[in-house]
Write a protein that binds this ligand. Structure first.
Ligand code: ADP
Length: 259
């Protein structure tokens, strides 16, 4: 990795990239990456040119969710050629390390890796570059919002109070960095039994919406806890691609149209 002092000060644009949208969460395991992957393919289905930068250094899962593998080529050792699937141009920190290799990096290395992926990947012309952030409020979030012109952030939370508490911290950080918040998405909102159709609120319900309203933020929508969403994400074709007419896919597409 080339780690050095960045030459430019202040947030920069990536040439050819219209908008950068960060997908964030306070906690891990709330489905941020699943939501990010589905939103990316939903945006592509809406006719937008979409890129996905998987910057979740602690658990990069976009290669699995978007069904790509292999090491991206770097013909001259500088430019990195992104991979592409389901209409999404993508790069993941997970493609730069072996799949079962834990990323134990210090802050400056993370910052270097993020800047390298933003600047050296040949993204081409994109309407939207989705950045799947690690959970929390660490170095990657700081670097992204300080160094790049982020159009806005989307916060993913489950309805549980604890996840919401952490989501509020993420909101606070973006506010401090003067990054616009598009709104909140409540994931794992309700569970519908695939056997009998009974609807249950396993993690509670409506907390993210109530929170968003209290903070004056738009509520972008809710996604159910659903086995098909999980299976599709594990299978490398998000539900928006594998079952485009399903209720779940339409929920993602409705949210994507608001971004
Ligand atoms: P995060 O990025 O927040 O750590 P992931 O997207 O990796 O979370 O999701 C964690 C686990 O939960 C994964 O196994 C994923 O398939 C599953 N999952 C996420 N959202 C849903 C959902 N709406 N319904 C069912 N499973 C989900």
């Amino acid at each position: 990795l080339n780690i050095g002092r960045p030459k430019q000060q202040g947030p920069q644009k990536i040439p050819g990239v219209e908008r950068i949208i960060a997908i964030a969460s306070g906690k891990g395991g709330v489905g941020k990456s699943t939501v990010a992957g589905n939103l990316a393919v939903a945006l592509a289905a809406e006719g937008r040119r979409v890129g996905m930068l998987d910057a979740d250094v602690y658990g990069p899962s976009q290669p699995r969710i978007l069904g790509v593998s292999g090491r991206p080529a770097s013909p001259d050792g500088k430019i990195i050629m992104p991979l592409r699937n389901h209409g999404v141009t993508m790069m993941s920190i997970g493609l730069m390390t072996a799949e079962d290799e834990a990323v134990v990096w210090r802050g400056p290395m993370l910052m270097g890796a993020l800047q390298q992926m933003m600047n050296q990947v040949r993204w081409g012309r994109l309407d939207v570059l989705i950045v799947d952030l690690p959970p929390g409020t660490g170095d990657v979030q700081m670097t992204l919002t300080q160094k790049f012109e982020v159009t806005g952030a989307v916060i993913v939370s489950t309805p549980q109070d604890l996840a919401l508490l952490d989501a509020r911290k993420a909101l606070d950080m973006f506010a401090k960095m003067n990054t616009r918040i598009f709104g909140m998405i409540e994931n794992m909102s309700t569970h519908i039994c695939s056997n009998c159709g009974f609807e249950e609120h396993i993690f509670g319900h409506g907390g993210a919406q109530a929170d968003a309203e209290r903070l004056g933020l738009p509520f972008l929508g809710e996604i159910p806890l659903d086995i098909e969403i999980r299976k599709a994400a594990d299978g490398g074709a998000p539900i928006v691609v594998s079952a485009p007419e399903s209720r779940q896919a339409l929920a993602f597409r409705a949210i994507a149209r608001e971004l």
